[in-house]
Design a binder for this molecule. Structure first.
Ligand SMILES: Cc1cc2nc3c(=O)[nH]c(=O)nc-3n(C[C@H](O)[C@H](O)[C@H](O)COP(=O)(O)OP(=O)(O)OC[C@H]3O[C@@H](n4cnc5c(N)ncnc54)[C@H](O)[C@@H]3O)c2cc1C
Length: 427
């Protein structure tokens, strides 16, 4: 049986960063990855020479170590302009600051509801729906972010806490709302939470960590199926086993809990940790289409996708010469399940794509539909308490759980990277 000092489960950005930190500490570490290749959620796939990341991925807000590693590779620096499509209108993002692109009656309703919004101290706000109403007014909340919540978070805003949203949702003053509502005022400032987005020139998003990978011992097709925490043994789907001294896991916390305990309280808590899943409909076009922004959001509930991005606009290296591409993200959850087959999803995506006028079916060269089980952690009210119960059990079993699904948090890739890197400090 293989005997190692440090076993790391998962070769996403968190597992790779843990491997890097272990190497710097001269620990004997092996990373076990269930898939055929490394990268995790930051990985990509290729269909007839069109490369697609798993959903939109850009790097921003990077701490020094991430900057040093990612920026050592050739990369594009993109701006952060984006658009929204709702009820037949295209509106610059965020809608609340760019009302002038909406019909006049709609602008008046939004502004009236913004002025009439209640004032409640932050600590008295019970859920995300209320938070939205307090920030934007009930009319705007219901019409835009609450509706989008059902598409992106696959639940209703009343079900969510607001612990995750502060820095991610822009909260304008009345002056800003009015400024953006008059057609003759200058273009409002772009208030997106970051001004620049980095993306590798070659190889897709995961290339940002590609210089670390050859220095590490990563074993792909090693899916951990059981963990014996008493004897410190991992069992893999391929029948092999391994004895570890220390263990870091980046696998989803609910799965980890199921492997290490039979305690009903912990298993019940683990079952309460829910995430969205996503279907990705990836489309390659036989010509260079001109997409005005790198990504856009769609609010209409009869259109399946919530967000669309262009891999070929992120980098031309993602598509064959004189071609272009889009990827459509469709979210679902245990609460709002996916009701369409892949063929139906493709059919609905292509017809909606035509309806909103972004591309024509006759230009489509390739279409792919695939699913990602773990997309975003859902911040259901009270989730943090259940997460704490599971985290305590993991700690009791002397496992360090890190990364987006190991911490069970809304982490960007740079934060997942640092979560993995810092996890090694515990040894
Ligand atoms: C829709 C969407 C858009 C995003 N956009 C951005 C963005 O623009 N910018 C950004 O910075 N971040 C973005 N992110 C976040 C980013 O994808 C994550 O922070 C990051 O990929 C998480 O890395 P990780 O290593 O923690 O987890 P993962 O990438 O999930 O890695 C975990 C690894 O563990 C493996 N594994 C699981 N179970 C086992 C097992 N039993 N045995 C062995 N291996 C196992 C998995 O196969 C996987 O490779 C986005 C995420 C989503 C869902």
């Amino acid at each position: 049986m293989l005997k190692i000092n440090l076993a790391i489960i998962g070769a996403g950005f968190a597992g790779i960063a843990a491997g890097l930190a272990a190497k710097e500490k001269k620990l004997d570490a092996v990373i076990f990855e269930s898939e055929e290749t490394w990268g995790g959620l930051c990985g990509n796939f290729t269909v007839e020479n069109f490369r697609f990341d798993k959903a939109v991925h850009f790097s921003f807000n990077e701490p020094d170590l991430v900057k040093k590693i990612f920026h050592s590779l050739p990369h594009y620096i993109h701006g952060t302009e984006s658009n929204n499509f709702a009820d037949g209108s295209w509106v610059r993002h965020p809608v609340q600051n760019n009302l002038r692109q909406l019909p006049i009656e709609e602008r008046i309703r939004v502004i009236k509801s913004f002025i009439e919004r209640e004032e409640i101290p932050e600590n008295k706000i019970e859920d995300y729906q209320k938070w939205l109403e307090i920030q934007y007014g009930k009319y705007f909340a219901d019409k835009y972010p609450s509706r989008y919540t059902r598409k992106y978070w696959a639940t209703n805003a009343e079900e969510l806490s607001c612990s995750w949203c502060g820095g991610r949702m822009y909260q304008p003053s009345i002056d800003e709302v009015l400024f953006g509502a008059f057609p003759d005022s200058p273009e409002p400032e772009n208030v997106y939470y970051t001004k620049a987005m980095n993306y590798p020139k070659f190889g897709g998003y995961k290339t940002f960590v590609s210089e670390i990978v050859p220095q590490l011992d990563i074993r792909c097709n090693y899916k951990v199926t059981a963990i014996d925490t008493k004897n410190k043994i991992l069992t893999f789907a391929n029948g092999e086993t391994c004895q570890y001294e220390n263990l870091i896991s980046t696998m989803p916390l609910p799965y980890l809990a199921e492997m290490i305990t039979k305690n009903p309280e912990v298993l019940n808590a683990a079952d309460r940790l829910q995430s969205t899943s996503m279907a990705l409909v990836s489309v390659g076009y036989n010509k260079k289409l001109d997409f005005p922004t790198n990504w856009f959001y769609v609010y209409d509930e009869d259109i399946p996708f919530a967000r669309v991005h262009s891999p070929s606009r992120k980098s031309p290296d993602n598509a064959p010469e004189n071609c272009s591409s889009l990827q459509f993200e469709i979210y679902y959850s245990r609460e709002i399940p996916m009701n369409f087959s892949d063929d139906e999803l493709i059919e609905k995506t292509l017809s909606s794509m035509e309806k909103i006028g972004v591309a024509k079916s006759e230009d489509v060269q390739v279409v792919d539909c695939r699913h990602v089980k773990f997309a975003n952690v859902i911040f259901y009210k009270g989730m943090e308490n259940y997460r704490e119960i599971v985290r305590r059990e993991v700690e009791k079993n002397k496992i360090v759980s890190c990364g987006r699904f190991g911490e069970w948090d809304y982490l960007w890739s740079d934060q997942s990277f640092m979560s993995g890197y810092d996890s090694v400090k515990k040894f």
